[in-house]
Design a protein around this ligand. Structure first.
Ligand code: PEP
Ligand code: MN
Length: 367
């Protein structure tokens, strides 16, 4: 795929690209009020959901096509581009007829290849920018699959929205950011525009700045932030929406660091990175030696008929390593993950040793 950067005439190419507007279009007045304030701040892209994917029925499901004329008025009055979510063929037709400039595919839809393919087929031959939210589940290939489906339909002005991933456990986030996923996406497709959605990642107002800052520090391209004239009384996502004034404050607090570094910074960074490379090298050597010991243990256990997994020993390891890790300023989650992975790899090495010494089954059956 040769994806082009997500550019729109009249929209500054400077980072960050900002998209703002309410979670849902609730009334003509609500939409126009917030659009006017945003437009005065210089924001050029207006978001608003018309068809709302709600978790449970009987919640506010959006005004659908009836709200399209409100967005047309936003365009006429402010000259902003208007964006909305489409989840099926009907939405696509109606959005196109209603003058929508940018479509986005929601997280629940991206997770469904049938739905994405249907949307892609409907957009064949249409030159419209499309943004693809990550699927609700942390599956990078599924996200890339959706991008490919749109790309193969001829859509070239493609971008993605990182809105975090569902987790069954309660965490500090509504949707866990799992930054390594969009980072890997950017590594594979450096030209792809990545817009972070702090609103749906946080699910609250308090952490919006911190998540927005993190997105900028990772050099992502833009932010989509839910903005409402009266957030507390919003019909959807009330807890996470902010007023245009609060958005203005948030944007003014963002620190944009340069990607290009000057000569002194480069030398300093290079030196520090060299140290990291050396430590990683030592880590690898240590791991190699540790696995060597596991193999010796495997041989010993085989000769003496002892099972590979001995729960008490594993309990001791994890408890003592977590304690040691905490003393060294490492989080429990990190130490647990690392040692679970090391333990699994040790078991694999021990198993390999034991299997190597087994006589092949085919030989014994032929005797
Ligand atoms: C939204 O942007 O309002 C929305 C429903 O988002 P998501 O698909 O990320 O849940
Ligand atoms: Mn929302």
């Amino acid at each position: 795929m040769k994806i082009e950067p997500f550019r729109l005439p009249g929209v500054s190419e400077e980072r960050p690209l900002i998209i703002a507007g309410p979670c849902s279009a609730e009334s003509e007045e609500q939409v126009l009020t917030v659009a006017r304030s945003l437009s005065q701040m210089g924001i050029r892209i207006f978001r608003s959901g018309l068809w709302k994917p709600r978790t449970r029925p009987n919640a506010f499901e959006g005004h659908g096509s009836a709200a399209l004329p409100w967005l047309r008025r936003v365009k006429e009055e402010t000259g902003m581009y208007v964006a909305t979510e489409v989840a099926n063929v009907k939405h696509v037709y109606e959005a196109l007829r209603g003058g929508i400039d940018i479509m986005w595919i929601g997280a629940r839809t991206t997770a469904n290849p049938f739905a994405v393919q249907e949307i892609a087929d409907t957009l064949k031959g249409v030159d419209i920018p499309v943004l693809i939210k990550n699927p609700v589940n942390p599956d990078l290939e599924l996200w890339i699959g959706a991008i490919e489906r749109l790309y193969h339909s001829g859509i070239r002005r493609l971008g993605v929205i990182h809105r975090g991933f569902s987790k069954y456990e309660q965490t500090a986030y509504r949707n866990h950011p799992q930054w390594q996923i969009p980072i890997e996406l950017k590594r594979r497709y450096p030209e792809l525009t990545i817009i972070t959605d702090p609103s749906h990642i946080c699910g609250n107002r308090e952490n919006l700045l911190q998540v927005s800052q993190q997105a900028m520090d990772l050099n992502f391209d833009g932010l989509i932030i839910e903005t409402h004239p009266d957030p507390d009384n919003a019909l959807s996502d009330a807890k996470q929406q902010i007023t245009p004034d609060q958005l203005k404050l948030l944007l003014s607090r963002l620190v944009l660091r340069h990607q290009e570094v000057d000569a002194l910074a480069r030398v300093t960074l290079d030196e520090l990175r060299e140290q990291i490379d050396q430590y990683d090298d030592q880590l690898m050597n240590l791991l190699e030696r540790r696995m060597g010991i596991s193999e010796k243990i495997g041989e010993y256990k085989r000769k003496n008929n002892i099972t590979i997994l001995q729960t008490r020993r594993w309990d001791e390891i994890i408890t003592s390593r977590v304690k040691q890790g905490l003393e060294k300023g490492l989080s429990m989650e990190f130490v647990t993950k690392i040692f679970e992975a090391i333990h699994q790899e040790s078991i694999n090495h021990q198993t390999a040793v034991m299997n190597k010494q087994d006589e092949p089954v085919s030989d014994t059956t032929q005797k």
